[in-house]
Write a protein that binds this ligand. Structure first.
Ligand code: FMN
Length: 176
């Protein structure tokens, strides 16, 4: 490096990344579409989320990443529990409803589909390819989001499940 030349730091690189550039890259990360839902003393809320993944099988733990500005964030935190519902290919209308994409009121989110409870009281969607009922084990604040780590206390899944996927900005399904 020549005398007087400033070293390039990580923050120099980061400052060149635009939100649009980041999102364009992330659009290529195809993923299953889920609804994360919670119930605190009868107040239910939920959101469509693709940021979910397995952590471990023993003990069974998974994580979801939820924007702290979303309505469901407060309910999940207060309830200390949440459900992760992996949507089926024919549940695109529910994905749109819980992403606020269909113009319905927040109070109408649970009007679509049949919702049940198992252990924690978090709403579980019938017909989903899998449902995980989770107690919150840990919360990690990361920028605009909270990563909720859940201990799975009940699980159901369908052997014939065809999951709903999201990739390249579109809802889609697995090829046959
Ligand atoms: C395909 C898809 C995936 C999404 N994934 C997430 C996610 O992982 N985490 C998140 O916080 N929001 C995610 N969102 C955005 C929320 O679903 C959306 O902001 C929702 O309206 C939040 O609820 P609110 O109306 O209470 O803010 C996603 C939206 C779509 C369409």
């Amino acid at each position: 490096m020549a005398t007087g030349e400033a070293a390039t730091t990580a923050s120099d690189f980061i400052s060149r990344i635009t939100a649009d550039g980041y999102k364009a890259g992330m659009r290529q990360l195809a993923a299953s579409v889920n609804v994360v839902a919670a119930d605190f003393n009868g107040a239910r809320d939920g959101l469509t989320a693709t940021a979910a993944c397995s952590i471990a099988a023993e003990p069974p733990q998974l994580l979801v990443s939820v924007n702290s500005a979303s309505g469901a964030h407060t309910i999940i935190r207060k309830a200390g529990a949440f459900s992760l519902n992996i949507l089926a290919r024919d549940q695109e209308d529910i994905a749109k409803r819980f992403a606020g994409m269909d113009g319905a009121e927040r109070s109408e989110r649970f009007d679509l589909g049949t919702w049940e409870t198992m252990v924690t009281g978090a709403p579980l969607l019938s017909g989903a390819v899998a449902n995980f009922d989770c107690e919150i084990e840990q919360m990690v604040t990361a920028a605009t989001h909270t990563i909720f780590i859940g201990l799975v206390v009940a699980v159901t899944s369908r052997e014939d499940g065809r999951p709903l996927l999201y990739g390249d900005g579109k809802f889609t399904g697995l090829a046959d």
